[in-house]
Write a protein that binds this ligand. Sequence first.
Ligand SMILES: Cc1cc2nc3c(=O)[nH]c(=O)nc-3n(C[C@H](O)[C@H](O)[C@H](O)COP(=O)(O)OP(=O)(O)OC[C@H]3O[C@@H](n4cnc5c(N)ncnc54)[C@H](O)[C@@H]3O)c2cc1C
Length: 385
Amino acid sequence: MVSKYDLIVVGAGALGTFHAFHAAAAGKRVLLLEKDQRPVNATVRNFGMVIASGMSGKWFDYGVYGTELYKSIQQRFDVSVRNNGSVYIASDDDEQQLLHELKATYDTKGYRAELLSQTQLLAKYPAMKASYCREALYFPQEVSVEPNLFIHKVHEYMLSSFTNFEMKRATVVTDCSVSGSDVAVTMAGGERLLAERAVIASGHEFRLLFPALFKEQKLSVSKLQMLRTKPLPKLAMAGNIGTGLSIRRYEAFKECPGFANMKTPDHLLELESYGIHILLKQAIDGTVIIGDSHEYAKIGEEENLGYQLNQHINDLMLKEASRIADFDMTNLSESWAGYYGLHDQEDIFEHAIEDKIFITVGIGGKGMTCSAGYAQENISKIFNQ
Ligand SMILES: Cc1cc2nc3c(=O)[nH]c(=O)nc-3n(C[C@H](O)[C@H](O)[C@H](O)COP(=O)(O)OP(=O)(O)OC[C@H]3O[C@@H](n4cnc5c(N)ncnc54)[C@H](O)[C@@H]3O)c2cc1C
């Protein structure tokens, strides 16, 4: 039997979408399947920060690739990419030292990084508080996207530019298995499609497909709480803003020589216990996204994360954010939780079945930045290009 598709991708979040994108760009016949009418998981619940500067090792390279790809797509089709840079603000000696060390690393790599004095920082970001801000590291080349728009726009772009690309929404895949020389993909309702290969990028949904395989892995789910202010049209706060706790959390900083000697001041202890680090991002509509926290549950115990938003966590985030910046945080328009899967020991979980089905889940907190670059390399491997 002739395979109808060269590739079927399950899951239309960032990871699945960019696998489909690169395969379609390479001329393959691609079908992207998404269980929801439109994706509503991690890929649309995040900040939309594309911050290669925070990544380490090959993930930094994927992030740089993704940034350039996003910019190039934006030139052809509005997918909500804005080139407003990223900044990390240090509030004490330890954090300041890491800024200098990371700048030295990026100077060696030729990745543009600019130190901003307190005066320069406050001139550029007038809403920041002088009492918090010591110094900052700025990456003018970095971009952000609008998470509630981006992936849907990328789908529109792909449907309009690739005649060899199709997408089926509201389509739950219930089985995927090797059948002779093909992969057979079965959907709820019983419809069955064939492809030469399949990519499974099902995010933190570990119970629908390959539950026994996933159960054996050291996978977890993280729940992140997020807040959004009402529109603040007079506030000008462009780009991705990371703060002291981000410097204490991001992989790129963990590789700096001074990281091992970092001490956590008493006032940050409770925040760190909830995995809180304050990121701020003003959306196109003038609202400001404030987040985030991190709580974890082992695979199989996801319900322990609760369906509620913990008000104490929201209060802690708002208190810390108001130590950093001066804008109206009393008028919130919404708050929500996002979830992503992660592997406890690896950067991502990959598993291949008979070189035909390629499972790739658990990219953690770096998927908006790194999915496009990672998927480009993975598609080349999958099709041995
Ligand atoms: C609150 C929050 C903030 C974040 N901020 C950032 C940030 O600023 N920058 C950054 O780089 N990263 C950020 N991240 C991480 C990033 O959002 C994730 O790494 C990325 O979105 C994961 O993409 P994914 O495609 O693996 O998963 P998902 O977005 O979860 O997509 C998986 C898709 O698969 C579908 N699916 C699952 N099972 C099936 C099935 N059986 N059949 C059909 N479809 C199925 C689901 O419906 C879903 O749409 C953040 C994450 C969160 C939660």
